[in-house]
Design a protein around this ligand. Structure first.
Ligand SMILES: NC(=O)c1ccc[n+]([C@@H]2O[C@H](COP(=O)([O-])OP(=O)(O)OC[C@H]3O[C@@H](n4cnc5c(N)ncnc54)[C@H](OP(=O)(O)O)[C@@H]3O)[C@@H](O)[C@H]2O)c1
Length: 362
């Protein structure tokens, strides 16, 4: 019970066996060895398992993901986030093998896609993911969105007018089927992504099973303070996707790109640069550290070596006054909002749903 109500924060120090984010890198051109020191923060889920604070996203760039995952693991990251719909699970599996990092040291999560939400399809979808990831289990399985699409191979099933066709079951049915997977040991924890508060309450009220994780959009422009507080009170750990905000070009080029996606990038905010200078860090690292100092995990995506290393080194302590200044950047700007395309009012009781745009990605 206590576990469900209070997430225990484990700040494990440098000698932690399974969480070596201390690595050595050669500083190019200067010929000296530099030791990268970070706080290897991990959090305890309501299952009792631990999840690292800093992880690695794998959406986009399929051709680069095998190498990127391998390098991210070698750089010290131990949390890998992927999804069936990203079409990179094979690359992720190969990257894990190539890294040489033992599977049991890695927290690996994937997501069910909406065309596989019928209870009779959930186990098959998991088996496909396990096969492609080349692993006997995943540490976390998430429902990617609350909306259910028509069963079948087509991931984006549309009618003659291009409108998404919904399935005949709902997310509660899927949630019950996911609970069965935990019993097999092939899934260690289950959670959700892109749910509203009301939708999570429905899951809990109807099944009594509290998600271990909610993966959702959180960054300084969309802090979701009240919702984050509520999730914490329920013992649901938050993993921030798009932790750098509108850094990803996807939000400016996708069919459902909102006007707000074109505003100044989060990391260009002068106040973040000031805080970064004070700590000898970059604005990117401050943004990631803000998530970690708030008790959440962050999963930045990058295929570029120096960026991956920069992100690994973002686990450091911010001062209370830094946190207060970053709190003021909360303009409630949500970038990821395919509500009209998916024909499901996502985030209905949450902040940042103004300006939702009609448009397709698939
Ligand atoms: N559950 C969901 O519905 C959902 C939705 C969106 C994302 N996600 C997950 O969250 C992950 C991250 O989200 P995201 O890719 O949208 O956003 P993000 O990680 O906040 O931003 C990615 C962008 O930031 C750049 N970047 C990363 N590290 C950097 C650094 N140190 N310095 C400068 N630029 C840097 C990347 O560049 P390069 O690509 O050039 O390296 C890329 O353009 C995804 O990969 C996915 O796993 C989940």
């Amino acid at each position: 019970m206590a576990l469900l109500l209070h997430k225990r924060v484990a700040r494990l120090q440098g000698l932690q066996k399974l969480n070596l984010t201390t690595s050595i890198s050669k500083s190019l051109g200067y010929g000296f060895v530099r030791y990268i020191q970070t706080q290897p923060t991990r959090y305890t889920l309501n299952t009792g398992d631990k999840i690292p604070a800093i992880g690695f996203g794998t959406f986009q760039d399929p051709g680069a993901q095998e190498d990127a995952v391998s390098r991210a693991l070698q750089a010290g990251l131990r949390l890998i986030d992927t999804a069936r719909v990203y079409d990179v699970e094979k690359q992720v599996g190969k990257g894990i093998k190539a890294s040489g990092v033992p599977r049991e040291e890695i927290f690996l999560g994937t997501k069910l896609w909406c065309n596989n939400y019928h209870p009779d399809d959930v186990d098959g979808a998991l088996q496909d993911s396990l096969r492609d990831l080349d692993t006997p289990y995943v540490d976390l399985l998430l429902m990617h969105y609350p909306c259910t699409f028509k069963r079948g191979k087509d991931r984006f099933p549309r009618d003659g007018d291009g409108k998404m066709i919904h399935g005949e079951t709902n997310y509660v049915d899927t949630w019950k089927a996911m609970q069965e997977l935990v019993k097999t040991g092939e899934v260690k924890a289950i959670g959700v992504s892109n749910f509203s508060k009301g939708e999570i309450e429905t899951l809990i009220n109807e099944t009594g099973v509290v998600p271990a994780v909610h993966q959702m959009e959180v960054h300084p422009y969309l802090q979701q303070k009240a919702f984050n507080k509520w999730l914490d009170s329920q013992g649901i750990h938050v993993v921030q996707f798009s932790p750098l905000g509108n850094m990803n070009d996807f939000y400016r080029t996708t069919g459902w790109s909102k006007e707000v996606s074109h505003m100044m990038k989060v990391i260009d905010q002068p106040i973040l640069k000031e805080i970064a200078a004070k700590h000898g860090k970059s604005a990117v690292q401050v943004v990631l550290a803000w998530g970690v100092n708030s008790g959440r995990s962050v999963i930045p995506k990058s295929t570029i070596d120096w960026q991956i290393k920069e992100n690994v080194e973002a686990d450091f302590k911010l001062d209370p006054e830094d946190m207060e200044k970053i709190a003021e950047l909360d303009i409630k700007a949500r970038f990821n909002d395919p509500s009209l395309d998916y024909r499901w009012r996502l985030y209905s009781d949450l902040e940042g749903i103004e300006g939702t745009v009609e448009g397709k990605t698939h």
